[in-house]
Design a protein around this ligand. Structure first.
Ligand code: KG4
Ligand code: ZN
Length: 339
């Protein structure tokens, strides 16, 4: 079964064709980052306008690259939540138009479920149940994936998402937006023990995350140095920040694993591309004898192959949308989970 996936929840216009959930026939991503970088973050109105300009050729290219026509497609899957409303609506409207005109089923896909599914593309042998840490620009969740369409959110960020924390720290250090990958690069040349940043802790929860304190500590360190006119070593700060972030993310996820007795862990979302995070999970999971699943680098950030993949499992579970499908800015995975 071939599914055309469409993703436009933030600043990437993406379309992909995926066969039977795991065979990627094409995966086209048009990024708008160069334009948003000028403003230091995603500007929602610009994002919507660029999606409107790009969506037709991106979808056309995904069909061409997969060597299929719309006739060969069995269903259209589209991200409908969560995300920037104006951005989501471009993908949703386009998907609806296609599905109605070509008389194909329309499958509404949750963006975070899509990030989780990126792991099925990389590891077709991965089967629920497992614990998944989803870390992206907008979300940080520890999720018990009970089935392909069944989830239980067991921890989440109380403030900044992990990616947001990387991006704000990067900005303080003078890197471009989005700064996660620049921190990653700089950290390779720095000393992770040079600065002792506080490990984020939440007194009343085992699994929730909080990054604003850590972010503030790093920003204060940078500002203090600037005010005193002392030289700061960006690589050391990046390495120390990344080290404590990776440790915290890994510790909380392992705690969730231990509590649930599920010794199978996956990581997903843009920040799962981080070498420090990947390395920490690899080290700890090997030490504990846990199975670890990390997405291929090309499926860490936003893409439509992950949406088509999750769309396949949603299709099998009977999920369908009609022409009244709307975008939803905020929607917990718990709310769409099957019982
Ligand atoms: O999943 P994603 O592409 O979009 C959202 O759904 O938010 O995640 C984007 C986030 C950004 O905050 C970006 O800085 C971060 O992922 N990111 C990284 C790396 N590559 C992307 N953070 C740390 N290290 C990286 N190598
Ligand atoms: Zn995302």
């Amino acid at each position: 079964m071939k599914i055309l996936g469409i993703e436009s929840s933030c600043d990437e216009t993406a379309a992909a064709v995926v066969e039977d959930g795991v065979t990627v026939l094409s995966n086209v991503v048009a990024s708008q980052i160069d334009e948003h970088r000028l403003y230091g973050g995603v500007v929602p109105e610009i994002a919507s306008r660029r999606h409107a300009e790009n969506i037709s050729w991106v979808v056309k290219e995904s069909l061409l690259k997969a060597n299929v026509t719309l006739d060969d497609i069995d269903a259209v899957a589209v991200t409908y939540a969560p995300g920037l409303i104006g951005a989501l609506l471009v993908g949703i409207s386009f998907a609806k138009g296609l599905a109605i005109a070509a008389d194909k089923p329309l499958i509404p896909v949750h963006h975070i479920a899509g990030h989780i599914a990126a792991n099925y593309l990389t590891h077709p042998n991965l089967e629920p149940p497992y614990i998944c840490l989803v870390i992206s620009g907008g979300h940080s969740h520890i999720i018990k994936v009970c089935g392909y369409t069944k989830y239980q959110v067991i921890g989440k960020t109380r403030d900044d998402a992990a990616g947001e924390c990387f991006d704000k720290t990067a900005r303080a250090l003078g890197f471009d937006y989005p700064g996660g990958k620049y921190i990653d690069e700089a950290a390779k040349h720095g000393d992770p023990d040079a600065f002792k940043f506080p490990k984020p802790r939440i007194a009343d929860s085992e699994f929730d995350l909080s990054f604003s304190g850590l972010k503030t500590a790093v920003i204060n360190t940078v500002h203090n140095a600037q005010q005193k006119g002392t030289q700061i070593n960006r690589a050391d700060i990046a390495a120390s920040f990344q080290h404590v972030t990776a440790q915290t993310l890994c510790e909380r996820t392992i705690a969730a694993s231990e509590k649930t007795g599920i010794k199978k862990i996956a990581v997903a979302g843009g920040v799962s591309a981080n070498s420090g995070v990947r390395g920490e999970f690899e080290r700890v999971c090997a030490q504990k004898g846990y199975e670890l699943f990390l997405p291929d680098m090309k499926y860490c950030g936003d893409n439509a192959a992950m949406i088509a993949c999750q769309g396949y499992f949603d299709f099998l579970s009977g999920k369908r949308a009609d022409s009244s499908l709307n975008g939803v800015a905020t929607l917990s995975l718990d709310k769409i989970s099957e019982n």
